[in-house]
Design a protein around this ligand. Structure first.
Ligand code: HBI
Length: 101
């Protein structure tokens, strides 16, 4: 059964977008998206492994696309029908895992 979780308030959403450079709202969805480029596929895949383990641990999973050294990640909380604190937390982990902190 999906866990109950609240959507972010407008203020929390604005703070999220201000505090986390590169994450941008997605058209026609209450979601955010960010693109990453690594030196090669090996680096991209290692990044995805780190994120995958954190996602499993948090039971909160990204929507992502990978081609060679590029990874595009969209975050939203399906159980909430939009952005939640889980997305804020995962975005922070993702940025750190990409070496952006
Ligand atoms: N990942 N992005 C995202 N959104 C969710 O609502 C979600 C998830 N991973 C697992 C999960 N929910 C669990 O609540 C399952 O029970 C659905």
């Amino acid at each position: 059964r999906p866990r109950m979780v609240e959507k972010l308030s407008p203020e929390a959403r604005a703070a999220f977008l201000k505090d986390r450079p590169g994450w941008a709202p997605v058209e026609d969805r209450d979601a955010v998206k960010k693109s990453f480029a690594f030196d090669d596929f090996n680096e991209a895949w290692g990044f995805m492994c780190r994120v995958a383990l954190a996602a499993e641990k948090a039971d909160h999973h990204p929507e992502w696309f990978n081609v060679y050294n590029r990874v595009e990640i969209t975050l939203t909380t399906h159980d909430a029908g939009g952005l939640s604190e889980r997305d804020v937390a995962l975005a922070g982990f993702i940025d750190a895992a990409a070496g952006q902190d």
